[in-house]
Ligand binder design. Sequence first.
Ligand SMILES: Cc1ncc(COP(=O)(O)O)c(C=O)c1O
Length: 376
Amino acid sequence: MSSLVWVELDRAAPEHNLRQLRAGADPGVIACAVIKSNAYGHGAAEIASLLPSAEWFGVNSLDEGLELRRRGITRPIILLGHVALGELEAAVEADLGLTVYNRETIARLSSCSSLPRPARIHVKVDTGTARQGVMPEELEDFLLLVKRSRNCALEGISTHYANIEDTLNHDYAELQMARFASALDVVDRTVGRPPFIHTACTAAALLFTSTHFTMLRSGIGLYGLWPSRETLLAAREKGGSVPEFRPVLTWKTRIVQIKTIPEGSCVGYGCSYKTMRVTTLGVLPVGYADGYDRAMGNRAHVLIRGRRAPVIGRICMNLCMVDLTDVPVAKLEDEVVLLGKSGEERISAETMAEWSGTINYETVTRISPLLPRKVL
Ligand SMILES: Cc1ncc(COP(=O)(O)O)c(C=O)c1O
């Protein structure tokens, strides 16, 4: 037994999910697989290797991009997050595309004397998310600056939607789409349209083909997860075939102690749980340091041999406790499924997210990168 807490990845699921995402797109539309933040907790290098048909990869930081290059990934990579001015050269040397929205970035790039190639610039337009991006009224000047600047090659134009996932009312998303269409008019008029136009996160890719342009830029669907219940409902309402996503990840641990404790015993810090019967207690070597959220104490379940066992007491940094009284078959070092399937039972990322008051994205993304990822 090499590790007491680990993540298993279904080898075939990422490509299956990518096919689901591509199903509604024209054949010429390529896919940028968003594998930032350790591929939403799944393991970036592992997921990249399980997506041989993804034409591009999107990551957040320079470090993530460099790590993929170190792992031998030669496909195009775009850095979706910010690159510090002092690190722009390193990004260009590693041939990483840049999401650009600051004049200072262009100025710094054009002042570099020895770049091996022009920087691959993707100008991001803020169409209403109020995050990174050039404001539409400043776009024309910004594009002309890029065009005039040494070492800069305009390769893409992008935007990101604020409110596709969270609602069945897509008025705001449609407003952003209209603003992006106007931005593309400016691009066409001033510098000409570059080859890569990308706006489609998973929900946009599934619900609005008009967001596809030349490249999807999707993450959560690749991992077999719906962006939200609203996205699933909206996809059903639209009719046609609804994608069947296959979750990629199972998160497991093992029981490290089983013992009987009397009725009335306190369990864990703060004595937040008191047994109401003689209880078979199981100790699990997983805690909030691993990404198993402390808010799930006294709320979550785990699965052992296809049976549910409730988490009792608070979740500690490296441990938590479960009630095994109704799972008498449980044995020391048995596998425990924290997230995923066991027999007929399943704990989904959505259920776990509900237990800890968050969304499936966060639940999987915060699984510690230190835990091993095993491809099965
Ligand atoms: C800039 C950007 N593009 C694309 C995505 C992918 O979104 P999703 O995981 O909803 O497909 C994200 C996700 O956070 C993002 O921040």
